[in-house]
Design a protein. Structure first.
Length: 298
């Protein structure tokens, strides 16, 4: 696969993504032998648990320095001293200083739940168009036919987290959360290299879903999707709860991951620069708590 182009809205420029393990990704999803190994071993839950456990060992700490250098991570944003982390996974689930990710608390503003690469997809009836040219149904994604009618013709926002990103995610508004339910069982990569294969990545991957009844944006389906190497998704509130805008909802342990938000029809208007780039197949780099759109006033 060619380079992955991203739109950096802070610098108003296009740039190429530094892909973690790019050669391995190409082997896994663009090579017959690699696909065979991926299907038989790498996508299975036991592999992600095994690899995640390796990264919790003290010996994994030596990976931190080179990872920071390769991905140009701003260590001044990190709440704790880098030397204080006991393993690579401890570093991976690091917390940032509140000043590093200010929250836009304006009621009219929709914020990003995570540092990520954002794509916007319209939902036509029950079909989501497209994920790298591979359309699939809302029914396949949520496996709850009672909710499909409610969210058809709505909007699908896909927030893709790369391994170098801050892997904690937050609530987008004030509201009430339903109990988190689990769906799926596999752990494919969510990198565009994997999405361009013919494998059912989003429909097949392990995911945790809840419904958010928000103050300003209607009801929203929140789907946190596991990926290759993600040994666990941590939900701070797995049961029914109330929440506030910008409050941490949870975090992903090691691996690239994805959060998907499904909005009802005519509830949100996404910023034009994001929409325009998404229509060209270009993801937009965004940060936790930053503005990505606004509510539709009726």
């Amino acid at each position: 696969m060619s380079n992955i182009t991203l739109y950096n809205r802070e610098g108003n420029k296009l740039e190429d993504e530094v892909v973690f393990g790019k050669s391995l990704m190409n082997f896994m999803y663009s090579n017959k032998l690699g696909l065979f190994i991926t299907e038989r071993i790498l996508k299975q839950k036991y592999f992600s648990i095994f690899y995640g456990n390796l990264l919790k060992k003290p010996s994994s700490k030596k990976k931190i320095k080179s990872f920071i250098e390769q991905h140009k991570i701003n260590v001044s944003d990190i709440l704790d001293d880098v030397e204080s982390f006991d393993s690579f996974n401890d570093f991976f689930i690091r917390k940032l200083k509140p000043s590093a990710r200010p929250i836009n608390y304006d009621d009219d503003i929709l914020i990003s739940p995570a540092d990520s690469r954002l794509s916007i997809y319209p939902i036509k009836d029950d079909t989501i168009f497209p994920i790298k040219g591979k359309k699939f149904s809302l029914s396949e994604l949520i496996l709850d036919h009672s909710l499909v009618e409610k969210y058809k013709d709505g909007l699908c926002l896909v927030f893709r987290l790369a391994p170098a990103d801050y892997h904690r995610f937050c609530y987008i508004d004030n509201g009430i959360q339903s109990k988190v339910v689990t769906i799926g069982k596999y752990f494919h990569s969510v990198n565009p290299i994997a999405l361009e294969s013919n494998l059912p990545v989003f429909q097949g991957n392990y995911r945790e879903m809840c419904e958010l009844k928000t103050k300003n944006f209607g009801d929203v389906l929140d789907i946190d999707i596991g990926a290759l190497g993600v040994s666990k998704i941590i939900q701070n509130n797995p049961n029914n709860c109330t929440f506030t805008k910008g409050q941490e909802k949870g975090y992903f342990e090691f691996g690239g991951s994805t959060t998907v938000l499904i909005f009802e029809k005519n509830k949100v208007q996404i910023d034009l620069d994001i929409v325009e780039h998404s229509s060209k197949g270009i993801e937009t780099l965004i940060k936790y708590g930053s503005s990505i759109g606004k509510k539709v006033k009726i």
